[in-house]
Design a protein around this ligand. Structure first.
Ligand SMILES: [Zn+2]
Length: 170
């Protein structure tokens, strides 16, 4: 759980640059929700079922489904932070799954107890980068996420301006 904040940089960056195809809040929150699993166990292994591609996909799908009725709240929050937001049922489902997978992918490099390909015990990703390198990469992505956020705000304001001009012309 103390590692969860590291996921905000990479997930924020990916969600923002792919926001045409990805529901930004659903994707980012999926990255947080996965780690609820870690809270369930008071002993090792902490990463069990949700930290796999298979069960993780089911968890992400459920999260997308659960989020769907709240899409108007997400829309309001995105308006508050000035990020363009257009979603759909399928976009939310897919973003839930991809968000969980993205989290599991990073964790599979970092944590030895992640069985990404469960029920197989293969861990081809583990230690591809050292723990220190994973942390540095994640922290670097905070900068990239911030830059892509600035661009998202820019296009939000441009869209708003364009729709105002349209209204005025009527
Ligand atoms: Zn995790």
């Amino acid at each position: 759980m103390p590692y969860t904040p590291y996921h905000f940089g990479p997930s924020g960056f990916v969600a923002l640059i792919l926001r045409k195809y990805i529901d930004v809040p659903v994707f980012i929150l999926a990255n947080v929700i996965v780690d609820i699993e870690v809270l369930f166990y008071d002993h090792w292994p902490y990463h069990r079922y949700v930290h796999t591609l298979l069960i993780g996909a089911a968890a992400g799908l459920l999260w997308g489904l659960a989020a769907y009725p709240f899409r108007n709240i997400f829309k309001k929050v995105m308006q508050l932070v000035h990020v363009p937001y257009k979603t759909s049922f399928w976009k939310m489902l897919i973003s839930g799954i991809l968000g969980v997978w993205f989290h599991v992918l990073i964790d599979a490099v970092y944590h030895w107890d992640v069985n990404i390909f469960w029920p197989s015990k293969a861990k081809p990703l583990y230690n591809l980068l050292t723990k220190g390198q994973v942390k540095i990469v994640c922290l670097t992505f905070f900068i990239w996420a911030f830059i892509s956020y600035i661009f998202a705000v820019k296009s939000y304001l441009e869209q708003k301006k364009a729709s105002k001009v349209k209204h005025a012309a009527k």
